[in-house]
Design a protein around this ligand. Sequence first.
Ligand code: PRP
Length: 214
Amino acid sequence: MSTITIALSKGRIFEETLPLLAAAGIVPLEDPETSRKLIIPTNQDNVRVVIVRASDVPTYVQYGAADLGVAGKDVLFEHGGAGLYQPLDLNIAKCRMMVAVPAGFDYDNAVRQGARLKVATKYLKVAREHFAAKGVHVDLIKLYGSMELAPLAGLADAIVDLVSSGGTLKANNLVAVEEIMAISSRLVVNQAALKLKREALEPILAAIAGAVKE
Ligand code: PRP
């Protein structure tokens, strides 16, 4: 039986993928929240889970270092999807990609006036395409986290970030002014593995597909 490596990130994606893996009879033997191990064995001898940064999941799967993985649409959009088969929206880790500004900043008016906006984000491609499609002039500032701080500290006029409960925006006196896209996580599969390990992979993919909730 071929060895199957599944790339997951810690947190919501790991937790919300667990029931889908369970449907395929796969149970990781350790929890990445408490274990420092990056390779986690499962109850199946030929299946293991590797724990990587969310934005690195597509890269591991693209190069075949993992056969399959779970990645958010935000991450997949930035990666571009080369070498990845994306058969399934898993309907998990749902949130929204939004433009947000400090409360009191008249975003619509600034856009109408043709203002040039400084926008801080981790999602350069998403932001570039969004503002280009709207004809809004922006200077994009790449950040790696805590985007909400940028307008408060005077680094940017607006941010493009993920919003889930809205709690982080609220706590920092920011408001969402535009939705760019709805986000959920997708299953990604290495295209070569799909052919070479078909026998081992197909039942896993079918069981996961059967367990996806609408
Ligand atoms: C995400 C996102 C927001 C926050 C939104 O950050 O970047 O900061 O969650 O969630 P909320 O609407 O429920 O408050 P995360 O905690 O994943 O950390 P990150 O900055 O590393 O992306």
